[in-house]
Design a binder for this molecule. Structure first.
Ligand code: SF4
Length: 478
């Protein structure tokens, strides 16, 4: 009930008929009680089973109350923490996590001390799940060959039967031993239509549906400047993202689009005008009201302030959102430049207008100054300017360099600027590095197979669940 008032919520809660009430009222005295640790507190039974003591489940170390800080408020009121500044205790991640661990330990202690005669604590250890360290508190074990371990049989259903037969068949095949009849039983099950019994349904057995290259020899490969870096780092990520494996658009990306639109509407800046436009267009984000929207609004205003600060001292804008198409030997690069400014110096002094390409960034992490000198996206933009391929620029414009302008760094009051020198002899890399890099990336994009290459961004890769190098993507390894 997103827009409802509190009274409506209370009415809805009161109208609920909770089945647990009826069950509790009718429970027999000798029935098994299924309870949470808090529900079991203060009571005892002869036999108690504490089930599912898994890593990540117990202890569950996710911070509670961290968003609205109610635990911090309780700590202040209880005198455990001194209030600071405006009265809100500072968030201390380590202390908060220690407090959660202590809570989880107390809760576990309550659970395992309910038994009068027999205590059974269970956990599963398999490819996906590991037992919790809490298990060692009940019965410590240092041995590799853990005597507490027992092998659980497959479940007594068709799915368990098929899984067991497949495992036996695979095991025998791997050892080069004769099949003990598992294949025949699987075939009968497959004839009867049992799911998973037919090898046609087995994951990873099908061959490639095609080994043709994505782009035939001699045909130009369309390359987006913003994707050159991804494709140059890991072609598998590029290929899967190009095929739709991208994360859904987030509030942050929508906000970034809005900030780009403001930069386009106000190429000469003006903080107050930009904030007024932000106010007018804010409903486009559809964030509604409430604290998440308030937080995003503060972020947006800080980004606009940094953008306005940059534009106040930036060069004269010659073009914004300028499109280009650049034909190379193997690649055709198409894109849009956020902004092109008149530069004070550079190779165009003598024979044309020196310009500087500006790419506005609303992501949080700026690359290092060194990395930026060979940023492929900026390199592609500079190539396009030098080739005269950018719409709306004065004839003879020559790139005097390019820069990334980051307006989202919460630790800075000003935009972070990362520069790239002009292409050519002044470039710290080989003079034609940008062109060679794009041509090489285009060749890789046109291939028939795409390699996974581990890199620093793998942890945030949107297709890591389909990557053979990642644990999450283990299922794609045949
Ligand atoms: S997780 Fe890393 S190696 Fe795998 S596809 Fe993504 S970027 Fe490439």
């Amino acid at each position: 009930m997103p827009q409802a008032r509190a009274a409506a919520f209370l009415e809805w809660v009161e109208a609920q008929e909770l089945p647990s009430d009826t069950i509790a009222a009718r429970a027999r005295r000798d029935a098994v009680a299924v309870l949470t640790p808090a529900g079991a507190a203060g009571r005892e039974w002869d036999v108690v089973a504490v089930a599912g003591v898994q890593e990540g489940v117990w202890p569950d170390l996710r911070l509670r109350d961290s968003l609205l800080g109610s635990q911090a408020l309780v700590d202040v009121l209880a005198g455990r923490v001194a209030p600071e500044g405006d009265g809100v205790a500072p968030a201390d991640g380590a202390a908060a996590r220690a407090a959660v661990l202590a809570d989880e330990l107390r809760s576990f202690h309550v659970a395992v001390t309910r038994a009068r005669r027999v205590l059974l604590v269970t956990a599963v250890s398999d490819e996906d799940d590991q037992p919790s360290p809490f298990l060692d508190l009940v019965e410590p074990c240092d041995e590799d060959d853990d005597p507490r371990r027992t092998t659980a049989p497959a479940p007594l259903d068709l799915r368990g039967l098929v899984a067991g037969l497949r495992a036996r068949l695979e095991d025998a095949t791997r050892r080069g031993e004769p099949d003990d009849g598992a294949a025949a039983v699987l075939a009968r099950l497959a004839d009867a239509g049992v799911p998973g019994a037919d090898p046609d349904q087995w994951h990873g057995l099908a061959g490639p549906s095609s080994d043709a290259p994505l782009w035939p020899e001699g045909q130009r490969v369309p390359v987006s400047p913003s994707r050159v870096e991804t494709a140059g780092t890991c072609t598998l990520r590029w290929a899967l993202e190009a095929a739709g494996g991208t994360a859904p658009s987030s509030t942050r990306q929508s906000l970034g689009t809005l900030v780009h639109a403001l930069a386009q509407t106000f190429p000469r800046g003006g903080r107050e005008e930009m904030l007024a436009e932000l106010d007018r267009r804010w409903p486009e984000l559809g964030l509604g009201s409430g604290w998440p929207a308030t937080l995003e609004r503060r972020r947006a205003e800080a980004m606009v302030a940094r953008l306005a600060g940059y534009l106040a001292t930036a060069g004269e804008p010659l073009a914004v959102e300028a499109r280009f198409e650049l034909q190379l030997d193997r690649a055709v690069v198409r894109g849009t430049l956020d902004r092109v400014e008149r530069a004070e110096d550079g190779p165009g002094d003598a024979d044309g207008t020196p310009v500087r390409v500006v790419d506005l960034k609303t992501g949080r992490t700026a690359p290092s100054a060194q990395e930026s000198t060979t940023n492929p996206q900026l390199g592609a933009y500079q190539l396009a300017v030098d080739a005269g391929a950018v719409e709306g620029l004065p004839p003879g414009s020559r790139s005097a360099g390019a820069q990334l302008v980051y307006v989202s760094d919460v630790n800075r009051s000003q935009a972070a600027v990362r520069q790239q020198p002009a292409l050519g002899p002044d470039s710290p890399a080989e003079p034609s590095w940008a062109r060679s890099h794009i041509e090489e990336v285009a060749e890789r994009m046109a291939a028939s197979s795409f390699a996974a290459t581990a890199n620093a961004l793998c942890d945030r890769c949107p297709v890591r669940r389909s990557c053979p190098l990642r644990d999450e993507g283990g299922q794609v390894v045949g």
